[in-house]
Design a protein around this ligand. Structure first.
Ligand code: NAP
Length: 279
């Protein structure tokens, strides 16, 4: 298939492209090619590349940045997704859009299912949810894949930040009252390729197996560095600009219903990533 990937230079895009290339003719585009908020530019790219399927990853992903500049977040995550959705609708292309656990408010007491009602508490979550709605309204052949707590090569991520700060400072304070599922981008990328091949549609939750708090995740990251100490703090003490869901574990129910294997445990993903970066 001719597959177009937006956000191809981002953290997920950079590992997804090689996995897709094994089976498809792949065109990766990013902000330096064209801005997805520019509809004529999006239409030109579709005309030129004639994709049969689009994997839409491009987004404004800085959660506090979105809160500080909601108009910019809305342009990238809503208008940009609308434009990509419209181009797919006009050309008959299928669309897989990657979304987030932050569409939920995090007040639940069991893992969120695909059909639970989203209720975002941040500009990032709200703009991503509106993007989801546009995809559902515009493109009959669509997939919305919600993932969470991504880390992997080719981008700024929690694991790399903890390692860097741990080595520099020796002591870290990390939030212990937010719970989720860390997801290794290479594991997610393989599953996106499988989902495409399986020709399934609708909303899917796809995250690393198992759950932890950011504090527990940080402890696991610096496990091999006995000199680095990690102390738990509350969300309130962390005083970040955007609110985050306290509990954003996603039940990967539709994967199981579709007879697709779950992703490996987040600890396995972490071990693979640490090996990959040579720590
Ligand atoms: N990171 C996570 O923990 C996480 C969790 C769940 C879901 N997701 C979703 O997964 C997807 C991929 O995330 P990621 O972590 O790989 O993000 P990322 O590293 O920030 O990559 C996003 C890419 O989109 C590009 N982009 C932003 N605005 C654009 C625009 N207006 N036009 C064209 N390109 C634009 C960015 O370019 P610049 O870098 O030049 O701005 C960047 O290369 C996103 O849709 C995100 O919402 C991420």
């Amino acid at each position: 298939m001719r597959v177009l990937v937006t956000g191809a230079l981002g953290m997920l895009g950079s590992v997804l492209l090689p996995s897709l290339r094994a089976e498809h003719e792949v065109f990766g585009v990013d902000l330096n090619d064209f801005d997805i908020t520019d509809l004529p530019a999006v239409a030109r790219a579709f005309h030129e590349l004639r994709p049969e399927f689009v994997l839409h990853l491009a987004a404004m992903t800085d959660v506090d940045g979105c809160e500080a500049n909601p108009a910019k977040a809305e342009r990238a995550n809503c208008l940009g997704t609308w434009n990509v959705g419209r181009a797919c609708a006009e050309t008959g292309a299928g669309l897989l859009c990657v979304s987030t656990d932050y569409v939920f408010n995090g007040r639940g007491n069991r893992p969120y299912r695909e059909d639970d009602c989203p209720n975002p508490i941040s500009a990032y979550g709200l703009t991503k949810l509106r993007g989801e709605r546009y995809v559902q309204a515009l493109v009959p052949k669509h997939l919305i894949v919600r993932s969470s707590w991504l880390y992997g090569p080719g981008g700024k991520n929690f694991v790399a930040t903890i390692l860097k700060l741990g080595k520099e400072r020796g002591e870290l304070r990390v939030v212990s009252d937010q719970r989720g599922s860390p997801t290794y981008t290479r594991h997610l990328a393989s599953k996106l390729v499988e989902l495409l091949a399986a020709r399934v549609y609708g909303v899917f939750h796809v995250t690393g197996t198992g759950t932890c708090s950011w504090f527990e995740f940080a402890q696991a990251i610096v496990h091999g560095y006995p000199r680095v100490r990690v102390a738990p703090i509350s969300t309130q003490e962390a005083a970040r600009l955007a609110r985050r869901p306290a509990f954003s574990v996603l039940e990967n129910r539709r994967l199981a219903e579709s007879k697709l294997a779950p992703l490996p445990h987040w600890k396995e993903g972490l071990a693979q990533y640490l090996k990959e970066i040579g720590t």
